[in-house]
Design a binder for this molecule. Structure first.
Ligand code: F0G
Length: 454
């Protein structure tokens, strides 16, 4: 058996609660069968997300103590700027309180009504901000990228032929930018290759279209490039990160994910691009040298960015995910392959083939798995999508239960427990029924919606 190793030691711990199954059932009901509505008092392993819950390093915590409290011109911000330049190779940095705040600023600046934004795949908040500004998205991954089972090492690649076709259909003037998302979140944390990024860059250049890179999960994407792309097998993560960023004019990120802290940022080497967005930062976020982020978190963010170049840090969650997915495959439990970054993704569509997609199988599996195990995952399927203009559900390409593996948080025995409970639930899957909404918010409904057993 290939056992992944923890290349860190635990120095601060937090007590967990494994409450009885009766309480978990009651808690699931109180939460409207929505795992976002659970309290961590009732959760044993919190695999909802990696956002803001990756473990911080000793060096990050230490850096927080030297933070320079200043409204304007904080030295902490200078250190962050230097980190962004050293790691991403971008000189101009606009801070924002988190990733979606960057998306707000970018979309307001560049997206006009009637515009189309081609991308390898959408993220929920990205989609919402582009919609809000009157734009539409087009998802241009290869046809097999949304098949849960695949041997394609780069399911996150943006399909060049589909992009050329999209440009021909709409005209380059309707396309404010092409967006590439590192470790494409909603199809299972799947990376793109640098060869693909170079090809897309070339098409963008031919048509004078800007390329935007969502770098929220860039570390894991860089790790997969090192592991899976021949040309880069001897490159350092630092070199790969720089190469990726050099191909996009504009890079933005959620620091909650990329650097195990809080915050977010937009960076570029083009002063004209930075200038276009700059005035929105004090309006929505805070002054240009803190952008709504506490200076302590800015320090942790800077150190975290450097740590993203460290293979022992960045390999940790992908190697644990790979182990877990190996267990799933061995036990015949349907899941997304190859294993990606950020989390393990269970194919709820196949797991619960008796539940019609209209009854939210991935949401049902998330609730049922919490009841069966005390492990909290997140629905990533139709429930996380938006309705069309006529109010009909748009069925998602994939119905996934995501079990996030925040970096350096869980131990191997906790991962084994999770695999064991998944096996039990798979053997008893006929116990699970579908869900329907009782309360459905108009935007990002998966956060606050309440459901009941159908
Ligand atoms: N882009 C990607 C690819 C993301 O995964 C996220 C957040 C964002 C943007 C938005 O960043 O949360 O800082 O505002 N993903 C989290 C998740 C929420 O659980 O996957 P944010």
């Amino acid at each position: 058996e290939q056992i992944p190793l923890e290349l860190h030691k635990v120095r601060v711990v937090q007590k967990l609660h494994l409450v009885p199954v009766e309480r978990r059932l009651e808690a699931a009901r109180e939460a409207g069968f929505n795992t976002f509505q659970l309290s961590t008092n009732d959760v044993y392993l919190d695999m909802l997300t990696d956002s803001g819950v990756n473990a911080m390093s000793d060096n990050q915590i230490a850096a927080m103590f030297r933070a320079d409290d200043a409204y304007a011109g904080s030295q902490s911000f200078d250190r962050l700027k230097k980190a962004v330049e050293d790691v991403f190779g971008k000189k101009y940095l606009l801070p924002a309180h988190q990733g979606r705040a960057c998306e707000n600023i970018i979309s307001r600046t560049f997206v006009k009504p009637g515009d189309v934004v081609p991308m390898n795949y959408h993220f929920t908040t990205t989609h919402a901000h582009i919609d809000l500004n009157g734009g539409k998205i087009e998802e241009l991954v290869a046809d097999d990228a949304v098949n849960p089972v695949s041997s394609n090492p780069f399911k996150g690649n943006l399909d060049p032929d589909k992009l050329r076709d999209c440009i021909a259909r709409h005209g380059a003037d309707k396309i404010p930018f092409v967006r590439m998302e590192a470790s494409t979140n909603l199809i299972g944390g799947q990376p793109f290759s640098i060869a693909n990024m170079r090809e897309i860059r070339k098409i963008c250049d031919e048509h004078g279209i800007m390329m935007v890179l969502d770098a929220s999960l860039i570390g894991e994407n860089a790790y997969f490039i090192k592991m899976r792309e021949e040309e880069f097998k001897d490159s350092s993560c630092a070199e790969i990160l720089k190469t990726m960023c050099s191909l996009a004019e504009l890079v933005y990120f959620s620091a909650r994910k990329v650097s195990s802290s809080r915050g977010g940022g937009i960076c570029t080497n083009d002063p004209a691009i930075a200038k276009k967005m700059e005035h929105l930062v004090p309006l929505f976020e805070g002054f240009l040298t803190y952008g709504g982020i506490s200076v302590r978190e800015i320090e942790a963010m800077a150190v975290g960015l450097y740590e993203t170049t460290d293979l022992t840090v960045i390999s940790q969650s992908p190697s644990f995910i790979e182990y877990f997915i190996g267990q799933m495959v061995d036990m015949g439990i349907p899941c997304v392959t190859p294993a990606g970054g950020l989390g393990a993704h269970i194919d709820a569509g196949s797991f619960l083939s008796h539940i019609p997609q209209e009854d939210y199988p991935a949401g049902a599996l998330a609730a049922a798995f919490f009841i069966a195990s005390g492990v909290r995952g997140m629905e990533r399927g139709t429930l996380s999508s938006v309705r069309d203009e006529n109010g009909n559900d748009v069925l998602a390409d994939v119905e996934l239960l995501r079990l996030a593996f925040p970096r350096r948080v869980f131990t191997l025995s906790q991962v084994k427990y999770t695999a064991d409970r998944m096996k039990w639930l798979y053997d008893n899957r006929e116990l699970i029924g579908g869900l329907e909404f009782v309360e459905e918010p108009p935007v990002l409904r998966f956060f606050m919606g309440r459901l009941r057993a159908k």
